[in-house]
Design a protein around this ligand. Structure first.
Ligand SMILES: [Ca+2]
Ligand SMILES: [Ca+2]
Ligand SMILES: [Ca+2]
Length: 461
């Protein structure tokens, strides 16, 4: 039924395209509406611990919008988050969560990111508090012939590590998974029915709504904290509303700010500007750099990799073809490599984008390669060392567009493994990613020991 609705929406968009010059706007609006409804349908029920003994009596434990203080500056967020500022013009202390949806031929991946202006984490004697905090949840929804698909798996973030849950390990309210968020540090896990953890076991539940109701009692801040009722919060006795906001809007803002040299909100790509109790501690998923254990550097632009790494066989047969994905801006697409480095070699690639190493022998490798052999490059396939099972020849990248002196360089190193040692065979370097041809082309490596055929694609977003 919904498929029909979606189809007719798309048909409508196609007709609109033919009759209207505003082509992409109309088409994107259809997707935006559909993805918002999908994100809302599956949006988590958030069991959120509350620390009423913090300076602002629990205000620290409300997931908020980035501009809660009516500006787009990161460095003033710790200072601005006070109860007494609540009447300042444009301040908004209601609860929000950011979402983004990408779609393959077989699955949806829905990202939810929670932003808190203060991280008050106080772990085992060491205090790790800092200005700005982001922790995320990613759901995998399998497509079927219903309009919203079927829930399959969830990954949640706890600071620098990630937790993996199959459907049967979770509890739900109707279709919505229940998650638990730690007070102060805001690590996210599944909600397993336990009490809130603080001394007084204070916790509240945030539930998604399409639009906030006007009733004050539905706002945790207005009905409890502002009224000084922080001693009556109780142990997950009360629920309050949160609204969903577009994470892609934030991503685009970050791209544009970066290109324009505006560092007020984002000190770097994916990294929030913060200066209180530690510097620049909060990262959105597109600022992640880890690609050895969790592969969280892929979570934003290529969640198939992120889930395949975490769940292995459970994701053996899913599609790696994206039908809609606004979370990257470049693709490096590989065809093959002609190797002239030796006989029966085990070779692999190290690829750096700027300083960030995102491809290593865990991602792609090939054994028993002979001299002058031509080998197809299937990233996450072939003889990779991590057990990935969903090959692709496309490397999706969310990096700032290069402009002026903001150049993103690409460095591809071909290595051979011999016994326990590895040898650098040769390398290829593009000073600017946009120097890569947009049509397939062989590039000789610097010492002419290999040729690699590749091309660059841009996401037209
Ligand atoms: Ca601010
Ligand atoms: Ca500050
Ligand atoms: Ca945190």
């Amino acid at each position: 039924m919904f498929k029909l609705v979606k189809m007719s929406f798309i048909l409508f968009a196609v007709i609109a395209m033919l009759s209207n010059s505003n082509v992409y706007g109309d088409d994107n609006k259809v997707y935006e509406d559909f993805y918002h409804s999908l994100a809302y349908h599956w949006a988590p029920i958030i069991y959120h611990d509350v620390g009423v003994s913090y300076g602002e009596r629990g205000l620290e434990d409300i997931p908020m919008k980035l501009n809660f203080d009516n500006d787009w500056k990161g460095c003033n967020n710790w200072e601005n988050l006070t109860i007494k500022n609540q009447s300042n013009k444009g301040y908004d202390y209601k609860a929000y969560t950011y979402y983004s949806v990408v779609e393959t031929e077989s699955d949806y991946y829905i990202i939810y990111s929670l932003f808190h202006p203060r991280d008050e984490a106080n772990q085992a004697g060491s205090i790790d508090k800092h200005e700005n905090d982001i922790e995320s949840i990613i759901l995998n929804i399998k497509k079927n012939n219903s309009d919203k698909g079927v829930f399959n798996a969830m990954i949640t973030q706890s600071h620098g590590w990630w937790n993996y849950y199959k459907k049967e390990e979770l509890s739900f309210h109707k279709n919505k998974p229940k998650v638990w968020v730690d007070s102060g540090g805001h690590a996210i896990y599944n909600y397993n029915g336990e009490s809130a953890r603080g001394l007084k076991k204070d916790g509240v539940i945030f539930v998604p709504v399409n639009n906030f109701s006007s009733r004050e009692s539905n706002s945790f801040f207005h009905s409890m904290i502002l009224k000084g009722k922080q001693n009556q919060i109780g142990n997950f006795k009360q629920s309050f509303e949160y609204e969903l906001l577009s994470l892609n809007d934030i991503y685009l803002k970050n791209l544009n700010d970066f290109i324009n040299g505006n560092r007020e909100m984002f000190i770097n790509f994916g990294i929030l500007n913060g200066d209180t109790h530690g510097k620049n501690k909060a990262r959105f998923l597109w600022g992640n750099q880890e690609s050895k254990k969790y592969f969280s550097s892929y979570a934003w632009e290529d969640p198939v990799v992120f889930f395949n790494n975490g769940f292995k066989d459970m994701f053996k047969n899913v599609s790696h073809n994206y039908v809609k994905n606004n979370n990257y801006n470049y693709i490096i697409e590989f065809d093959d490599i002609i190797y002239t480095g030796g006989k029966k070699d085990s070779i692999y690639l190290d690829i750096y984008i700027g300083d960030n190493k995102i491809v290593n022998n865990y991602v792609w490798g090939k054994n028993n390669v002979n001299n002058e052999e031509k080998i197809k490059i299937n990233l996450f396939g072939d003889d990779n060392r991590k057990g990935f099972t969903i090959p692709t020849n496309k490397l999706l990248l969310s990096i700032p567009y290069s402009k002026g002196d903001l150049i993103t360089d690409v460095h591809i190193i071909i290595r051979r493994k011999g016994g326990t040692l590895t040898h650098k065979i040769d390398y290829l370097k593009f000073e600017n990613i946009e120097n890569i041809s947009t049509k397939f082309k062989y590039y000789d490596t610097i010492n002419e020991k290999c040729k690699i055929k590749l091309k660059l694609q841009k996401n037209s977003m």
